[in-house]
Design a protein around this ligand. Sequence first.
Ligand SMILES: NC(=O)c1ccc[n+]([C@@H]2O[C@H](COP(=O)([O-])OP(=O)(O)OC[C@H]3O[C@@H](n4cnc5c(N)ncnc54)[C@H](OP(=O)(O)O)[C@@H]3O)[C@@H](O)[C@H]2O)c1
Length: 302
Amino acid sequence: MTGSLALPTTPCQALSRGTAADGTLAEPRCGRQPSSRAGSPGARAPGGGRSPAFPPFCRLFAARRNQTRGAGVALYMATLGLIGSGHIGGTVARLAVAAGLDVVLSNSRGPETLGDLVAELGPHARAATPAEAAAAGDWVVVTIPLKAFAQVPVAPLAGKTVIDTGNYYPQRDGRIAALEDGTSTESELLQGHLPDAHVVKGFNNIFFRHLAELARPKGSPDRTALPIAGDDAAAVAHAAELLDVLGYDAVGYGTLAESWRSQPGTPVYGLPYAGGQGDFPNAASTPASAEEIRKALAAATR
Ligand SMILES: NC(=O)c1ccc[n+]([C@@H]2O[C@H](COP(=O)([O-])OP(=O)(O)OC[C@H]3O[C@@H](n4cnc5c(N)ncnc54)[C@H](OP(=O)(O)O)[C@@H]3O)[C@@H](O)[C@H]2O)c1
């Protein structure tokens, strides 16, 4: 069910990645694919899969590879779009800027309300509308209350890797029958709204302060792993690249239909990063290895 995602050690390993015969995600191969900035939509591959368009990281990485800032493994000259700039969005943005990415922030109230965060993040950050953030991102993180998923802009996300942090909390989001009866998952709802994007579930199972505190450079003995799931293997690998840049290993655990394994209340939800304590805001952050995350995912029941 789960596959550990060993991430690239050199910039030119940072692109295409296949699925090995045992179901784990294979080591990436060097290569280039057309940039998502060119606006190419996700073409349907033979067999029905979609082929995301990713930026030419080998070249981009090489331009800034010797700079080191923050916890990320190295600096990518690429852009992260954020739809939602609250607890998780703001945290991901801070990690991204620390790793050398440009970020484009957005929220529901308008770019003018994000001045403080933009000022804190510095020249690699700007605020925009959700549609502009979607268009600008090489990856786009959707990190808003689940109830707002239908407001996410559709057209500018075509062909892009969209990382969905959303969790279903009925007291906040209202009752959603398909989630109550288990016929869908949060990220399948978003994927249904974004048919030409490649949705990957990620960052949903870690308390935002722990996410800020547990980022480590690649190779650190206490590097933490985060689970990711998605229907498109290339997009899952692309999301894993982002996690690596931000300071995390990745554990793939299947399709969006299987992403219930990281939903609220499951063993992997917050607990591994909180020393097993359910009171996340008052729990010290605790590193969690890929093996721990894999075991927690496997222990989930529905
Ligand atoms: N907090 C955590 O530790 C944590 C951890 C993992 C996953 N999550 C999940 O991640 C998601 C975000 O959580 P959060 O804690 O970061 O929430 P949050 O702090 O309340 O921030 C939500 C952000 O979404 C924006 N937003 C709301 N509706 C929007 C819309 N229609 N279009 C664009 N932006 C919109 C808000 O902007 P405005 O303020 O302008 O409305 C705000 O910037 C939720 O599904 C949550 O369950 C949270």
